[in-house]
Design a protein around this ligand. Structure first.
Ligand code: IVH
Length: 677
């Protein structure tokens, strides 16, 4: 036998062994070998594959962590939309749900229900072709998600390849699995404790951490995050499956992780009993849930029930009551945001709520504190609902002590002692001093953020240091940072390499198009959409600066608050000076569309992008079109001039054909771009 054949046999054996042990460990929680022995198998496989690179296949356990960085996550059109669920909050609403279901199914049918926990994670769609995981996509807006396959492959409880015999037995040549990616609470805490010991910023909660982890550019980092999955849905053209409970059983048989805590009930009253048990058990679960999902079990019944808008009529989510805790309100401090808005923060005696220790919570605004008469020293009731930030909802009247103190309204800015302006209609207070360090930090963070200048590495912690040490006061100072390189090297935790990376990212950000610079300037009410419209209309900052309120109001969808705010911004000498500096530093203050508008292939035309493009992200493709004078919209209509269709384009492409609209594939789009360049 040749070496290669021998190697290929052993490789096959090792892959199967590793897959078997992955399943035992990550899915069934019953490891059969020690970590040491497992590593040994892995090393042997790696060595053999290194010797015979042609024998490496994408489904090999060694290929879970890809080497390549993902620059962006291509858009993905879901074959079937990823729907959301209607919510019910009390038993009455559940009876209503059951009544509606029975009305449609007919008097004589008594539907069965499956009750599952609603996992508080990130939903994911996994496509398998011929038994191999081919695409993992996020939910996105339900219609269009993003391809995150490289990161998802690092999750060991997700099989890369399935048992051929089972795939064939059920005719699963191509199918989709949906589930929820999450992180166990204990794992999450461990990571945050480690981060705290290194003085790094903490992650807010397991869900945000999980969703951030699947959108990282480097799958090697995702691989270090202890993510896992519960799958709950199998979609296939040739299912032969009759019910949700059968579907869950098949998922488990195929080697997917299925939450075993689900119950099949034969009536709504049984569902309600199960929900009570589920609610009582929630604190004992190792992961976060935000309720339960009740699904009509029988698929034939599900089909009969159908959908309304974006939710199925055959399922509903039951939200458990928000978790509450009581603790003492020690003090109220004030936070100042980038716009100068001053908001109250409750400083609390630390207490455990929904599994995490809470020492701060939001109090919304001063009016709310007054309305509820919450005072320092009170025993307050904290609540954590579906959202991340806990809030103070009330205080316990019986426990109010004499001497509780009414919260004084700050007379001056709590950060810079500047003058405070009180806006009555917004029930808000603002610090008037635009140089207030809190505002400066907020503005710089916004300017560097992803949607604006996207300066990688310039996050909260670094901005804080720069502002506190007085190195950065305005945006323009960011572009002078290279002059301080020698000084930066002397700073703690700032190596030469990270400085170089940061300076490179700063330099690179000078290429961002005008509308993103405009958005980055942080003009009040000017979000990314308004920035785009203003840039497209006025073409350059000079024209925009000189535009009158009337001229601003002529721009489609630009209303009074935006135009007043733009006028106010450009009436300030400090801002004019700042823009002058940024211009000298080489930022883009002219809309590139203006220069390229002569291009007849794009200029003045309306484009729709659909399907997955291989070489561009949606944003990149859209940007190119806009730069060349075209407009990008999301739906195909008679007004559409061109549809650019990537792989697996669906209904939009069909519609374009129906309406006789020009269709370009990715290649012809690229060829046209090249010709122009
Ligand atoms: S079924 C059409 N089952 O909740 C129904 N969803 O609002 C599809 N979720 O996006 C969802 N646990 O991310 C279902 N056991 C479960 C779930 C679950 C969590 C999430 C899922 C979905 C959202 C629905």
């Amino acid at each position: 036998m040749s070496d290669e054949i021998q190697a290929s046999l052993r490789i096959k054996e090792l892959k199967e062994l590793i897959r078997f042990h992955d399943r035992q460990y990550y899915i069934l929680n019953t490891p059969q070998i020690t970590d040491f022995d497992y590593d040994h198998l892995m090393k042997e496989l790696e060595a053999l594959e290194a010797g015979f690179p042609s024998l490496v296949t994408p489904d090999s356990p060694t290929q879970r962590v890809g080497q390549d960085l993902t620059k962006d996550f291509p858009a993905y059109k879901h074959r079937f939309p990823m729907l959301s669920l209607a919510n019910t909050y009390n038993i009455e609403e559940l009876y209503d749900f059951d009544r509606r279901v029975r009305e449609i199914l007919g008097e004589s049918t008594l539907p069965e229900y499956v009750v599952e926990y609603k996992i508080d994670g990130v939903s994911i769609s996994l496509t398998y072709k011929n038994g191999f995981l081919t695409i993992a996509a996020t939910r996105g807006d339900g219609e269009m998600g993003e391809v995150v396959t490289a990161n998802i492959k690092t999750i060991r409880s997700i099989p890369l390849v399935l048992d051929k015999a089972i795939v064939e037995k059920y005719g699963l040549a191509e199918f989709e699995v949906r589930g929820e990616i999450f992180m166990e609470i204990a794992e999450f805490r461990k990571i945050n404790e480690e981060r705290a010991s290194r003085m790094e910023k903490l992650f807010a909660n397991p869900r945000n951490f999980a969703s951030g982890s699947i959108k990282l550019q480097d799958p090697k980092i995702t691989a270090t995050r202890p993510l896992t999955i519960f799958t709950y849905y199998l979609l296939s053209e040739q299912p032969g499956l009759r019910s949700q409970s059968e579907s869950l059983a098949l998922l488990a048989e195929l080697g997917f992780k299925v939450n075993p805590l689900y119950k099949v009930c034969s009536s709504i009253s049984e569902v309600i009993t199960v929900l009570q048990e589920f609610e009582e058990m929630r604190d004992t679960l190792p992961y976060e849930i935000d309720g339960a999902v009740i699904k009509v079990n029988n698929f034939q019944h599900q089909r009969q029930l159908g959908f309304i808008a974006k939710s199925p009529r055959w399922a509903t989510a039951y939200k458990f009551k928000a978790k509450q805790a009581q603790t003492t309100l020690n003090a109220i401090t004030w936070q100042v945001g980038r716009t100068g808005a001053i908001t109250p923060v409750a400083e609390l005696e630390p207490v455990i709520l929904a599994g995490s220790q809470i020492s701060r919570a939001t109090l919304h605004n001063m009016d709310e504190i007054r309305r509820k008469d919450i005072r320092v020293g009170d025993t307050v009731i904290l609540e954590k609902g579906g959202d991340v930030i806990p809030k103070v909802v009330d205080f316990v009247k019986e426990l109010r002590q004499a001497g509780s103190i009414e919260v004084p309204v700050p007379e001056t800015c709590p950060v810079c002692s500047g003058i405070v302006y009180r806006s009555l209609e917004e029930a808000a207070m603002y610090c008037q001093n635009s140089e207030c360090p809190a505002q400066v930090k907020g503005r710089i963070e916004h300017f560097a953020s992803r949607a604006a200048m996207d300066i990688e590495g310039l996050g909260e912690a670094l901005v804080e240091q720069f502002v506190e040490r007085g190195v950065v006061v305005t945006y323009a100072d960011i572009y002078d940072l290279h002059l301080h390189k020698e000084e930066l090297i002397t700073w703690e935790r700032f190596g030469a390499k990270s400085i170089d990376n940061l300076l490179r990212a700063i330099e690179e950000s000078k290429q961002r198009p005008f509308y993103r610079v405009l958005f980055g300037l942080g003009i009040r009410y000017v979000g990314i959409g308004a920035a785009r419209k203003l840039a497209a209309h006025f073409k350059s900052i000079d024209t925009l600066m000189n535009a009158s309120t009337e001229e601003l109001l002529q721009v489609h969808e630009i209303g009074e608050s935006i135009s007043n705010s733009v006028r106010a911004f450009f009436s300030n000498d400090h801002n004019i000076h700042l823009i002058g500096r940024l211009k000298d530093q080489g930022l883009q203050f002219v809309d590139m569309q203006a220069g390229a508008s002569a291009n007849p292939e794009f200029s003045g035309k309306t484009f729709v992008l659909t399907g997955t493009l291989q070489r561009f992200s949606r944003d990149e493709a859209g940007e190119k079109i806009r730069q060349l004078g075209g407009k990008v919209t999301s739906s195909v209509s008679k007004k559409t001039d061109v549809v650019i269709a990537g792989e697996s384009a669906g209904s939009k492409l069909d519609k374009a054909r129906e309406l006789g609209i020009a269709i370009w594939d990715e290649e012809s789009f690229e060829t046209r771009l090249k010709e122009i360049e």
